[in-house]
Design a protein around this ligand. Structure first.
Ligand code: PHE
Length: 405
């Protein structure tokens, strides 16, 4: 029996065929790790805010950016997708990638969901921080909830161009090229890109130190053009930190500010905090263990690498495999991860497909997944893992229609 509504904080959402939230994911709502004093995500939030405040004063010395870090993560699908020009058939809309309350409401998949409403409310420069929700695989660096910081800056003509010196327009009726939108003059687009890249390079140097190596790559987002990703070199690997670009002018038209242009960026807080504070597993952010949090107590927001050398203790892993025949239509791996996470909770560290074959006669497909268990605060014993594992396999059989082998 399932109730006909999903009830959250006194609001009722009617279930429909889109509904795919479960009690496990709804439990993460209102945890607000980024607002919890002493929490590494909170320290990083404070660090980024202080950088934005300090780097962008107005003529009176006050910060031009305002910060929104308590916006409700339950948003409309309009906010999350339509307001950002994300096409109807875009893969990010599929239920296997996000958490729908129903056809019209969703747990936001990115902080960009708030761009249009904040722009429409008259803001020119703002930062949004908060929890975002995506259905994902399970390993040490993926968790269905993480946190993002979104930055938006708009410019009127006189703020971007030196009107006295050059008689230059923001807009033209031109052609879209890889370098610019059809609405923008080349100079407008170049200046926006330059301002955006300067801001983000400074932010990354502020966070990681000025000797960190960075590089820009080109990418695509439906809501910016041109679009870029910024990567930093970390332990000899390039790590993707953020996406950004020149805001699609159509979004500004829709928000009622046709006379301004702007840039936006979105970055993942966990990725940065894991490197900055040497946190080896993304699940540790959700730990209530006093040992974990006490390591950050008293740390000032812009102290970096203060955890160096004090690696968070790692208790041993153990694993169990589950093998089954797939039903005729196959299964969706997000559904599998979801069930494993739903039953196993945070002691599931990783789920990996380790074997797959087709039976020569029956043509049935078999898969074997390895589930790796590790508790963040103590050593697990085989008996308790076995018990959880049995519950997981039973749930897989009943919910996915697989036949256990
Ligand atoms: N919302 C994008 C993401 O989550 C990041 C982004 C934000 C890109 C703003 C461009 C502009 O991946």
């Amino acid at each position: 029996f399932t109730a006909s509504t999903v009830d959250i904080d006194g609001r009722k959402f009617n279930r429909d065929k889109w509904t795919n939230v479960n009690p496990n994911i709804l439990n993460y709502l209102n945890r607000n790790l980024h607002l919890k004093p002493g929490h590494p995500l909170c320290l990083l939030r404070e660090n980024i805010i202080s950088f934005m405040y300090k780097s962008f004063p107005n003529h009176a010395g006050n910060p031009i950016f305002s910060v929104y870090d308590r916006l409700n993560p339950i948003v409309t699908t309009k906010q999350n997708f339509d307001s950002l020009l994300i096409p109807q058939d875009h893969p990010s809309r599929t239920p296997s990638d996000c958490y729908y309350l129903n056809k019209d409401f969703i747990l936001r998949g990115h902080t960009s969901a708030h761009q249009e409403e904040l722009i429409a409310s008259g803001l020119d420069s703002f930062v949004v921080m908060g929890d975002v929700y995506r259905r994902d695989e399970i390993d040490a660096s993926h968790f269905p909830v993480f946190h993002q910081a979104e930055g938006v800056r708009l410019f009127a003509k006189h703020q971007l161009h030196d009107i006295d010196k050059d008689n230059i327009e923001l807009f033209e009726d031109g052609k879209r090229t890889p370098q610019k939108q059809e609405y923008h003059t080349e100079l407008t687009s170049n200046k926006l890109q330059h301002d955006l890249k300067t801001c983000l390079t400074k932010l990354v140097h502020h966070l990681f130190g000025s000797d960190v190596e960075t590089r820009w790559t080109e990418t695509f987002f439906p809501f910016t053009h041109p679009s870029f990703e910024l990567e930093v070199k970390f332990q000899d690997k390039w790590l993707e930190l953020l996406g950004c670009g020149v805001i699609e002018q159509q979004i500004l038209y829709n928000a009622g500010v046709p006379d301004k242009v702007g840039w936006a960026f979105g970055l993942g807080l966990e990725r940065i905090a894991m490197r900055l504070y040497e946190i080896p597993d993304i699940r540790l952010f959700w730990s209530n263990d006093s040992g974990f949090l006490s390591q950050f107590q008293g740390a000032t927001p812009n102290q970096k690498n203060h955890l160096q050398g004090t690696s968070v203790s790692q208790y041993p892993q153990c694993y169990n495999d589950v093998s089954f025949w797939l039903p005729d239509g196959g299964i969706n791996s997000s559904d599998l991860y979801e069930i494993v996470r739903g039953v196993g909770g945070d002691i599931v560290e990783q789920v990996r497909l380790v074997d797959e074959f087709v039976h020569p006669k029956t043509k049935k497909r078999s898969q074997c997944y390895r589930i790796i268990y590790r508790h963040m605060e103590r050593t697990l014993n085989q008996a308790e893992v076995g018990e959880v594992h049995n519950r997981i396999t039973a749930q897989l059989a009943s919910d996915l229609g697989v036949t256990l082998r």
